[in-house]
Design a protein around this ligand. Sequence first.
Ligand SMILES: Cc1ncc(COP(=O)(O)O)c(C=O)c1O
Ligand SMILES: [Zn+2]
Length: 415
Amino acid sequence: MDPDLWLECINCHEKFDAKKMIYTCEKCGHLLDVKYGNLERALDGDWKNKPVSVWKYSPFLPQLKEVISLNEGKTNLYHCFNLSDKLGINNLLVKNEGENPTGSFKDRGMTVGVSVAKSLENKIVACASTGNTSASLAAYAAKARINCVVFIPSGKIALGKLAQAMMYGAFILAIKGNFDEALELVQESCEKFHMYLLNSLNPYRLEGQKTIGYEIIDQLGWQVPDTIILPIGNAGNISAIYKGLLEWREIGLIDRIPRMIGIQAEGSAPIANAYKRGEKTVTFVEKPETLATAIRIGKPVNWEKAIRAIYGSEGLADTVSDAEILEAQKTLARTEGIFVEPASASTIAGLKKLIEKGEIERDERVVCVTTGHGLKDPDTAIKSCGETIQVEADINEIEKILSKIIEKPMVAHAV
Ligand SMILES: Cc1ncc(COP(=O)(O)O)c(C=O)c1O
Ligand SMILES: [Zn+2]
């Protein structure tokens, strides 16, 4: 066993060789974490002075000979003064993960996951996906010259994401079932047909994703925010960020962990429902529903890690309705010029609700992680915004219409 890197069960703490292609504990079946024997290596070295990016934090990532990268990470952290005013808080930031190369945070996980897949000499990588994972894996597999198979719930992924996976050359299986069924099938297929699984069940994916938390603190001049809010689907991201921050606290780079707040859509909320009941085990949702297709997941594989993140950080989980998500999506776009997909807007909807409930205070420094770009799902955006104005190509006709709105202040057609 490599003394610097191994896999460890989060339940029975059995250790496994880092090169072993397993995704759950062989002894008890629970999830695995990637563990490092020498994180102190980060205390010397000049990595802190480099510009932010996923691989800036390589002392906290597996050491690999070859890295497959599309220049992921380094997404902007926006100070949202207009939205802060509207919501009645003082210090709101948005970490916009839609600015990654394929338009979602998944790229952070895939640069690490696909690099590991390559170092383990895999010829085929696979995933099940609500859309973004397939787009990202397809792109990184293309760059790595590895074949890629994706399982998607037929008819339930946003158009932009499907276009991406197709264009990057993935072999796409549209399963006549939901995401949870697709995930079970891809796991079985990986075992049977020797493909390497790159869903967030794969602990290396989460290693890349933990750099969201690192970048936030780095971009704040090494200050820790009070609260991080993010959407929960399969629950990999919240688990990853929390794990990364625990590692930083362990070696003294930070002295506290922000409250981790997870938001789920009402119809797909196994983790938030467990939290509301004060429970630490999760009852799965058999038929998850929400228009935020990225988080339309009823059996989140990382639920155990997410529960650890929420309770361990004294955070919380809550639900929002589809109507609240759509309203928040517009509000963010029309106050800050940031266009995100519905799943990502759930963080803003959740923030609004939690301010109203008094769970978030005026002076808290809050970071909302918006996980995917708005252009991923143009259909939902167009439906939610209504009709465009049809007009003859004639200046007099244009004058008639403009005269009706020209006197109105901008905010009239905002939110
Ligand atoms: C845009 C977007 N937000 C959030 C999520 C949920 O992330 P996680 O599965 O890590 O909870 C996904 C997952 O597909 C996503 O695509
Ligand atoms: Zn175990």
